[in-house]
Structure formats: structure tokens, C-alpha cells
Ligand binder design. Structure first.
Ligand code: 13P
Length: 255
């Protein structure tokens, strides 16, 4: 297997931060810093900031994503945004199944699966998030949890459609806590996900499949995490809100 088959993806998840004006300012600050990236660079922002983000990123190597989408094409779902709406707005990426949505907004493996289906139907690129909570890690069932989340989310996804999916392994205990998985822990679970992709699809699909790590990745620890064989990028929260820090992570992925 050859790591160079996979182009790293560094994605920022801004979560519920920044107004449209702040979005433009931050992307304008980031643009020159990441212009020479030898990896894909994505920023996922709140719905209200998508147009400002796309306008600021136009003509640059930064791609924009949303942080969620609904599974229905349209209808009586107050407060929701469909995958088709994102596509029509020109948004290429969407995060699905982030642990904050699972923890605070009742997201289940089945709703994640339905959202993945809708996003792929609409032609979006999906960043699918999986990861165990601390109690699951302590019980020694990380692998089972992550594999179950992945297998359910990908049910019915064809090998062709899989080309529009990347997975972010985000141990919930490492998100926003400053506690990062060790490079070995991150690599171990990313490798498990890749092996599952090989079982569900085939070795070639697995060799080309991008698996990111997320959870307190920052400019200080990114290089070591990204050097791991099965870690093909990062999904970054806090450090993606600071242009210089995010740029350093992008630089680490470009080596
Ligand atoms: P932090 O980088 O702030 O830990 O957040 C990670 C994350 O949840 C990215 O989706």
C-alpha cells in the first residue's frame, strides 16, 4: 500500500463561530498563507456564512463546506437545510455526523446514514465523522463502535459514490479538550477504518480512501499525527479559527 495514493485533506470545522464579516476577514487572512498547499484545504462554516465564505475563497485553493444537511429533499422541516439547497448554492462539501450533533441534537447512526445518502444524491462531497466516547474507549470497544458507525453510515453507498466520501475519525474525548489522541492511537483507529473499507469494498478503494484524524489537532502536534501511515489529513476545530495556526497545519500536511 502506498500512502502517496492519497492526497491529504485539511479541513477546518468552524462550528458555531464567526459572522459573515468575520468569515470574510479570516478567509482573506488565510488565503495567502495556504496558497502553496500540497493538500486539499476545506473550511466548513455555519449556513449563514456560506456565501461570504465562498465569495472570499473564490479563485483560491480553499474549498467551502457546510456543517450538516437534512436527509429530505424538501418539506416541512423548520430550521433545516437540504443537500440540494447546498448544491444549488455552489457548496461542494458537507460534514455529516459530527459528534456534537450526535451528542446534543439527537443524531443517530440511522439519521447520519440518511443524511449521507441525501448528500451523495445531491452530488456533495461528504466528510463523515465517527468516533468513540471516553466510556467506550475505557471499555475497550472503540473498534466496534467506530466500525458500526462507519458500516451503517455507508450502507447502500456504491464504490463509485465512495469516491465522494472521506471519514474523519474524531475520538469524542479529544474534541475541544486539548487532549489529543497519541499518534499511535490515531493511526490505529484510522487503520481499522481503512481495513473495514477494504472489507466492505476492496483493497484498491481502501488504499485510495482518505481517513482524517480530528480532536485537538493543532500547529504543535499536526506534523506527528499527519506522519502516521493511515492518517491522511485532519478535521480541525479550535485551531482552524486562527489563520496562522491553520496555515501551519496545512503546511505540515503538504510535506
Ligand atoms: P477541536 O480541534 O477544537 O478539538 O475540534 C475538533 C472537531 O470537532 C473538528 O470537527
Amino acid at each position: 500500500m502506498d500512502k502517496s495514493l492519497r492526497r491529504p485533506v485539511i479541513a477546518g470545522n468552524w462550528k458555531m463561530n464567526n459572522t459573515p464579516e468575520q468569515t470574510k476577514a479570516l478567509i482573506n487572512a488565510m488565503k495567502p498563507l495556504v496558497a502553496d498547499a500540497d493538500c486539499d484545504v476545506v473550511l466548513c462554516v455555519p449556513f449563514i456564512d456560506l456565501y461570504a465564505a465562498m465569495e472570499a475563497a473564490a479563485g483560491s485553493n480553499i474549498k467551502i463546506g457546510a456543517e450538516n444537511c437534512h436527509w429530505a429533499e424538501k418539506g416541512a422541516f423548520t430550521g433545516e437545510v437540504s443537500a440540494d439547497m447546498l448544491k444549488a448554492a455552489g457548496v461542494p462539501y458537507v460534514i455529516i455526523g459530527h459528534s456534537e450533533r450526535r451528542q446534543y441534537f439527537g443524531e443517530t447512526d440511522v439519521t447520519v446514514r440518511n443524511r449521507v445518502r441525501a448528500a451523495l444524491n445531491a452530488g456533495l462531497k461528504v466528510i463523515l465523522c465517527v468516533g468513540e466516547v471516553l466510556a467506550e474507549r475505557k471499555l475497550g470497544i472503540t473498534e466496534q463502535i467506530v466500525c458500526a458507525q462507519t458500516e451503517i453510515a455507508l450502507a447502500g453507498v456504491s464504490e463509485e459514490e465512495l469516491k465522494n466520501v472521506i471519514i474523519a475519525y474524531e475520538p469524542v474525548w479529544a474534541i475541544g479538550t486539548g487532549e489529543t489522541a497519541t499518534p499511535e492511537q490515531a493511526n490505529e483507529v484510522c487503520a481499522v477504518i481503512r481495513a473495514l473499507i477494504a472489507r466492505l469494498y476492496n483493497k484498491d478503494a481502501a488504499d485510495r480512501f482518505v481517513v482524517q484524524y480530528g480532536g485537538s489537532m493543532n500547529d504543535g502536534n499536526a506534523a506527528e499525527l499527519l506522519a502516521q501511515y493511515d492518517v491522511d489529513g485532519g478535521l480541525i476545530g479550535g485551531a482552524s479559527l486562527v489563520a496562522e495556526k491553520f496555515a501551519k497545519i496545512v503546511e505540515a500536511a503538504s510535506k
